[in-house]
Design a protein around this ligand. Structure first.
Ligand code: BDR
Ligand code: CA
Length: 303
């Protein structure tokens, strides 16, 4: 099994990613930390707790940053609804989050682990930037960061920027400069591997988890004829099925100012950094394999 920690802002597609991470036997999810992003951190924390409760799991949840490092906070409630996870009625008796905050919880869990941890951020990278600034010793105990966010092509917030990076570009820059190996799971593949309407309609026929995901996913404000992007789920798919995704190693940096603020700039020519790379960028994906896996994964859940 791979030991993982998710840093997340549920969020419709985050909810699906957390579902897979809690339930897949090949993954050992040690901790969920939350960040402001799709909605406020109070709401993303509550949503993470709802999922933990739904699966009767005892995975700890720690609340993190209320706002980006420097930039004012702007949510994405227009896509993810006011609650961030609309459409399904969860039990009311939720577990409580840890008393310590996300940065402390991340530090403690990473340092206590006998194996290196794979960190999976599916929101903005504020908690991770704070963690590396306060406790740089954790870096040696992280296997790699498999991060949803960024794009080599067109953005989804501005023409240059993807939402997670745009939300906190300064944190993203710190993460890309941290020296920890990064896999960039960006729009280049997540907009290709749409969950088709056929797949979505299959979900409620599988089990209660499928119904829960279906009822949430159909509220996604970013819905096209071809399907709905499950951005964050691509991180989990990459971990389990790297053979279905093509990556290219390159140097990635982040714009923190001006009209391209939040842009992830990949050195696609490989020339300027003399072949030095900090990131494996996901550039292609087998969308059919993603859809099949998504259904199989939900089907295997005993809930
Ligand atoms: C990212 O932005 C969020 O709205 C999604 O949850 C995903 O993490 C996609 O750009
Ligand atoms: Ca997210």
């Amino acid at each position: 099994t791979t030991k993982i920690i998710m840093d997340t802002d549920p969020g419709i597609d985050d909810a699906a990613a957390i579902t897979m991470a809690i339930n897949d036997p090949k993954l050992d999810l040690k901790l969920i930390t939350t960040v402001a992003g799709n909605v406020t951190v109070d709401k993303t924390t509550k949503n993470a707790l709802k999922l933990v409760r739904f699966f009767n799991s005892d995975i700890p949840v720690a609340a993190g940053a209320k706002q980006p490092l420097i930039k004012p906070f702007e949510d994405a409630a227009r896509i993810h609804g006011e609650s961030g996870m609309p459409g399904y009625v969860f039990p009311e008796d939720l577990p409580t989050p840890l008393e310590k905050n996300a940065v402390e919880a991340l530090r403690d869990e990473i340092m206590a682990s006998d194996e290196k941890i794979t960190l999976i951020p599916t929101g903005s990278y504020t908690n991770i930037a704070l963690l590396f600034a306060q406790y740089p010793e954790v870096k040696d105990h992280i296997e790699r960061i498999v991060a949803m966010g960024g794009t080599l092509g067109k953005g989804n917030m501005t023409s240059a920027a993807e939402f997670n990076v745009f939300t906190d570009p300064h944190a993203a820059k710190m993460m890309y400069h941290s020296g920890v190996p990064i896999v960039m799971v960006g729009l280049d593949i997540t907009m290709k591997a749409l969950l088709t309407h056929d797949s979505i309609e299959t979900l409620p026929t599988l089990n209660e988890t499928g119904k829960m995901l279906h009822d949430i996913i159909i509220n996604d404000g970013d819905n096209s004829d071809k399907g709905i992007a499950m951005h964050d789920v691509n991180t989990i798919f990459y971990l389990l099925h790297p053979e279905a995704i093509t990556t290219e190693k390159m140097w990635v940096d982040v714009q923190t100012e001006g009209p391209a603020m939040g842009e992830t700039v990949g050195d696609i020519r490989g020339a300027y950094h003399n072949g030095k790379t900090n990131t494996a960028v996901c550039v292609d994906i087998d969308a059919d394999a993603f859809n099949k896996w998504f259904i199989e994964e939900v089907k295997a859940i005993q809930n």
